[in-house]
Design a protein around this ligand. Sequence first.
Ligand code: ADP
Ligand code: MG
Length: 186
Amino acid sequence: MSGPRSHAAGPGAEEAPPGQLRGRRAFVSLGSNLGDRARYLRAARDALDALPATRVLATSRVYETAPQEREDQGAFLNQVVCLETGLQPPALLRECQRIEREHGRVRTLRFGPRTLDIDILLFEGEQSGDPELTLPHPRMVKRAFVLVPLAEVWSWARGMPDLDIAGLGRAAAREQDVTPYDATEE
Ligand code: ADP
Ligand code: MG
């Protein structure tokens, strides 16, 4: 299996019934390397699903990865979720940052340890070079811990750039270990 998968859901596919939410899709990455990491990821999924006009459509498996930019810290758990949301991108970012704060995130070192990191990877129909909210997320195409879980939920993509996520993920995974994480360990 190579080349892009059939990720553009055709018209009519997976549409919500009339009267239900019909927002835009976004892929969001979750990361934690402090405290009860699996619990922080679960809390993030629940909090995202509870946002106004927003629901979680799909979740990847959870992966464990060694820290990259700064190596003097514990391993991360990472996961990618697909949302459908009526929020605009800046509002979604504010909500993600609020959820991080409410779960003990203290911003100290860049790339340092954190209870919860929520990044917006891709947002349907949006591209932006704004440093406050860069879309697609500028570092996602090199990160196996983003690409491997993203490939699992990529069939939910709609209105996204034409990227071969599975191929990029396989290439990145040759350089960086990403291990499926067994939730019963924590
Ligand atoms: P990082 O996720 O890079 O480790 P932070 O979570 O502290 O670091 O985010 C740093 C800044 O990145 C935030 O203030 C935010 O405005 C900005 N940012 C730019 N693009 C994005 C994006 N796509 N998703 C999340 N944050 C982003
Ligand atoms: Mg972040």
